[in-house]
Write a protein that binds this ligand. Structure first.
Ligand code: BG6
Length: 488
């Protein structure tokens, strides 16, 4: 099979940080169809060779195991080309059409790794140039829009020129092996599903914490913030994966129908829940791994008086039979104590105690689905403790855990999220991509939070870089009698 991948935003941050390394890995693994062309598109005046040299130099900052040797890069570079385009100029799309017509491919992927403000223009112009035929697939990066109205406007334009099955809205969290394992855990095993509801589960916590700050994306991030950057998409997709009903089969629409139902069942916000159950924070100066790090407001590209949130913690509920009354907590932020993403499912305590159980924290049974840095499952149980000196059993129960390390079991070199998703686009598999109605439902749910913040005169709560965020996040969960995983 032959393919053309046109990478709009071909010199941008995303192109060299995620997309090119993923394409190279697919090439190295032999899974990229050999008859392929990858054409970077940007405004810069570059020849094909200059573009190849630029991408090669960028590979120097990729982790060693994923870096190509000179010989490997030389082979990969044969797929690479470059086209200078002004994305608002129709004549430039005709030049693109000419380039594509030189060798018609079975599949043409238009990857929009540009600012979302350009999505509608690019899609319209692709259609004007006649490039929206049945072999075309468009990949749209998140955030798709800034709010519900802009998201709808983009979806409307894209759908006016392409069919839904040609549109691949990417959320790279869905491509993580650990997220696919969550589907396998829930729908490929009989053990947990009978327990997976309000009678047995007390609460579910989703944490995505990053040590990194905003790096070179200050200007973008300052107009985006953590709610739009992480909650509207990644965190809500994880929530769907953990809370959805079993789909009738593994086809894209069956899965997406069930995720949509979860998003539609999220409890609507009230003035009270907005003020009590949503905490926003912004990092101040602090230290990470013993190194001093400056405040968010002094990052390049960020307004020195910025009120953009770099941390969000919230509590919600899913109003359906399975989950009524079970709190779901979401927490994400930049410059936190650790890079860590996990889902913690806390089971209800036993109905009648005959042993002395540990009293503190989330001390009972819990299942932790680790997404990163490690990929695995931890099942926390209580066992009979033994007296250390005499080895005699005591009346006290002690926490123990079953620990499954998927990196060890399946090899740490498994296909990464972008690599998996890019190959899915080329193969036309939509399972791990987001449908427009899901996206709209997610925007509809976050919008009241954005509205409230825009009217709120109090700034985000400061937290020192290198901590777990503002203490108000712990106070919020403590009101329900629970605590975050690292506090238990
Ligand atoms: C991106 C966000 O979607 O996800 C970034 O825009 C964030 O701000 C990144 O750093 C996190 O992804 P990962 O895979 O490193 O957890």
């Amino acid at each position: 099979m032959s393919f053309d991948l046109i990478l709009f935003g071909g010199t941008g941050d995303l192109a060299w940080r995620k997309i090119m390394p993923a394409l190279f890995q697919a090439f190295r693994h032999g899974s990229l169809p050999a008859d392929g062309r990858i054409v970077g598109v940007a405004r810069d005046d570059l020849s094909d060779d200059q573009y190849r040299a630029l991408i090669k130099s960028r590979f120097d900052s990729v982790e060693l195991a994923k870096r190509p040797s000179d010989e490997e890069f030389a082979r990969f570079a044969q797929l690479l080309g470059y086209l200078r385009m002004d994305l608002s100029n129709p004549a430039d799309y005709s030049r693109l059409a000419e380039r594509l017509a030189e060798r018609p491919a079975d599949v043409v992927v238009m990857y929009l790794a540009t600012a979302p403000g350009l999505f509608t223009t690019v899609c319209e112009q692709i259609a004007v140039a006649g490039l929206n035929g049945p072999t075309t697939r468009v990949v749209l990066e998140k955030p798709l829009g800034h709010d519900l109205a802009s998201n709808r406007a983009i979806n409307k334009t894209v759908r006016s020129v392409l069919k839904e099955e040609q549109i691949f809205r990417i959320d790279h969290y869905l491509g993580k092996p650990s997220v696919q394992n969550l589907f396998a855990l829930r729908f490929g095993n009989s053990l947990f599903e009978p327990l997976w509801h309000r009678d047995h589960i007390a609460n579910i916590q989703i944490t995505i914490s990053e040590e990194l700050g905003v790096e070179k994306r200050g200007a973008f991030y300052d107009s985006t913030g953590a709610l739009r950057d992480m909650v509207q998409n990644h965190a809500l997709q994880l929530l769907c994966a953990v809370a959805m009903e079993p789909p009738i089969n593994a086809h894209a629409d069956a899965i997406r129908d069930e995720k949509l139902k979860v998003l539609r069942s999220l409890k609507p916000w009230t003035p009270e829940t907005l003020s009590q159950h949503v905490i926003r924070g912004q990092y101040a100066a602090g230290s990470i791994d013993g190194e001093a790090v400056p405040a968010y407001r002094s990052a390049p590209g960020v307004n020195p008086e910025s009120r953009t949130e770099t941390f969000v913690a919230l509590r919600t509920e899913i109003a359906n039979w399975r989950w009524a009354g079970v709190p779901f907590y979401i927490r994400t932020g930049k410059r936190l104590a650790e890079r860590d993403a996990h889902i913690e499912v806390n089971f209800r305590p036993i109905p009648h105690a005959i042993f002395n159980s540990p009293q503190s924290g989330n001390a009972g049974n819990r299942l932790i689905i680790n997404l990163q840095p490690k990929d695995g499952l931890e099942l926390h149980l209580l066992a009979q403790g033994a007296d250390k000196r005499h080895g005699r059993a005591t009346q006290n129960l002690e926490p123990v855990q079953l620990d499954l390390d998927f990196d060890k079991r399946f090899g740490a070199g498994r296909v990464g999220a972008y690599e998996r998703l890019l190959l899915d686009v080329i193969d036309g598999r939509l399972n791990l991509f987001v449908r427009s109605d899901e996206q709209e439902a997610a925007w509809r749910w976050v919008e009241p939070i954005l509205d409230r913040w825009s009217q709120d005169s109090t700034p985000p709560r400061p937290y020192a870089a290198g901590t777990w965020g503002p203490s108000a996040a712990s106070a919020m969960i403590a009101k329900d009698g629970y605590c975050w995983s690292e506090e238990s």
